[in-house]
Design a protein around this ligand. Structure first.
Ligand code: ATP
Ligand code: MG
Length: 510
């Protein structure tokens, strides 16, 4: 945040003052952070009163003031100094359910006010030299955000959201964590509807935009891959001509976005050339270590001349090569040396929870916890990592480890859900996964199990259990030392706790 008076904030958001005189508001400064949880408020802070599942933030205004909040941004007077914005009828197209409990439009009004404030603050900080990096894609935004934050760290002060906090609350909230001493603001930009990314970019316009891939995540809501591509292309369209757009051109739908931006394009690829032309940043000689952590040589055409450096990633999965190349491209644009990029990538392990967290227990069982999220592309990536860790190293069968894929539902696939789950069941068989445990009931989960059986799985190799508890009971009975277990599903399937229990040693191998 920048130092603003309560009166200035009221002016920016178009709110009225309550329980504070105009004179006092003109003198009172917000010097702390902006918080929506009264327990996180500190001295000089601004408290946002939002309706939640169990409580209404307006009821916590007093607690926030007692904790040091100088004012509350609210939809009605709350008995302590406040900036009041009138409730707004809910605007369509909101992101992930923040306003689920907003029955009267008060949450929408407070969020709209927050966005106005974030926009003014971001613009002011950019004038002062802040660089905003925006990342979008169907898979890998959070993973790449963590890598970008790591590679920019040696260059200056970085602000990035925790985890995947990128919805209509997380986005402006993160923007407002930036201060005058922040050099880089790294934002994850996700979309559920056309216009979402343009709206996020309007609040904080990136001068560096990264597009990772156009997959099938949220296909149910968008209807087609073309519609997803159009929505993702709102990011390159938003980057001004003075900025840079970094495109993973291994995805043809992303490569095509070079045509929709006025900004300079940096083409990133696994290869020095692709169908769409030569690459600016690429990888050579990719190999994986025993935990599927990629190693490769990063090449870049740079204003400083051709650059090259050997890179060993601290994160697992072949799909991380593309994420790391994009992160490297961001850092090089910001003036990092290739040595700085390589060192930061090597040190950067998994940061955000339940994303390719690889743990090897005392009994030799390796648990790959990728339970946060799943769509067809990331399921493929996760299964490939499992297959590599279990089987990739061994030249003969005796060196192979048993592989377990404990998979839950991929949410939000719409009418393609059954076919996509069927494909994943079949892929598990093709990758020679030893045991597939399909967790959950319903048509899609039956389709995954059925797909595996039709592809040639024996009954002893593919099971369909009703819930995470049943899956844990099965694993507890059957895991053996040296086994490798992948736990993966959409967050809604709730396999995170199962992954935690396994990693903590429950279901110990006998
Ligand atoms: N480039 C990639 N291609 C395919 N899968 C990927 C890629 N990068 C990460 N993944 C996998 O996709 C899943 C989600 O990763 P991550 O949380 O980084 O994505 P996200 O785009 O932030 O997702 P969300 O839309 O939920 O915020 C994880 O299983 C991760 O291992
Ligand atoms: Mg994310």
């Amino acid at each position: 945040m920048i130092d603003l008076t309560v009166a200035q904030i009221a002016d920016i958001v178009g709110g009225t003052l309550a329980d504070i005189s105009p004179e006092a508001a003109a003198a009172l400064r917000v010097t702390g952070t902006v918080e929506f949880d009264s327990r996180a408020v500190g001295p000089g802070g601004l408290f946002l009163a939002l309706p939640g599942a169990h409580a209404d933030g307006h009821d916590y205004a007093g607690a926030a003031a007692a904790a040091g909040a100088v004012a509350v941004l609210a939809a009605r007077p709350v008995g302590v100094p406040a900036i009041v914005v009138p409730p707004e009828p809910r605007a369509g197209g909101g992101l992930a359910g923040v306003l689920e409990h907003d029955t009267d439009g008060s949450g929408a009004a407070v969020l709209a006010a927050l966005s106005k404030l974030a926009k003014v603050v971001a613009a002011e900080l950019v004038v002062g030299g802040l660089t905003i990096v925006g990342i979008t894609g169907s898979s890998g935004k959070t993973s790449t955000k963590d890598l970008v934050a790591a590679v920019l760290e040696p260059l200056g002060e970085v602000v990035a959201p925790p985890g995947s906090f990128n919805n209509e609350l997380g986005h402006p909230w993160t923007v407002l964590r930036a201060t005058r001493s922040t050099d880089y603001l790294v934002l994850e930009m996700s979309a559920r509807h056309p216009g979402n990314i343009a709206a996020l970019a309007d609040i904080a316009t990136p001068s560096i935009g990264v597009v990772l891939n156009v997959g099938t995540a949220h296909l149910g809501e968008f209807g087609s891959r073309e519609a997803i591509a159009r929505t993702k292309s709102e990011l390159p369209q938003s980057v001004p001509s003075s900025g840079v757009v970094i495109l993973n051109v291994d995805d043809p739908a992303v490569a095509a976005m070079a045509r929709v931006t006025d900004a300079r394009v940096v083409r990133v690829s696994r290869f020095s050339h692709t169908d769409s032309g030569p690459s600016d940043v690429w990888a050579d000689g990719v190999s994986l270590d025993e935990l599927a952590r990629p190693r490769f040589t990063l090449h870049a055409k740079d204003t400083r001349g051709p650059l090259e450096v050997d890179v060993q990633l601290g994160v697992s999965g072949d799909h991380q090569v593309a994420n790391a190349l994009c992160a490297g491209a961001v850092a090089l644009q910001c003036g990092a040396t290739v040595e700085q990029v390589a060192a930061a990538l090597a040190q950067s392990g998994p940061v955000s929870r339940h994303r390719m967290h690889v743990t090897t227990r005392a009994d030799g069982v390796t648990v790959i916890d990728d339970a946060y999220n799943a769509n067809p592309d990331s399921m493929r990536a996760g299964l490939q990592a499992l297959a590599w860790i279990a089987h990739g190293q061994g030249v003969d069968a005796a060196e192979k480890r048993r592989s377990w894929a404990v998979l839950g539902e991929m949410a939000e696939l719409g009418e393609d859900s059954v076919a996509e789950h069927d494909r994943i069941g079949r892929l598990a068989v093709r990758l020679d996964v030893s045991r597939l445990v399909v967790v959950g009931t319903g048509r899609s989960m039956s389709a995954m199990h059925h797909g595996a059986v039709m592809e040639g799985s024996w009954d002893t190799e593919a099971a369909n259990v009703p819930d995470a508890e049943a899956a844990l009971a099965l694993l507890r009975a059957e895991l053996r030392p040296g086994d490798v277990v992948l736990v993966k599903a959409s967050n809604a399937a709730g396999l995170g706790a199962l992954a935690d229990a396994l990693a903590a040693g429950q279901g110990a191998a006998r």
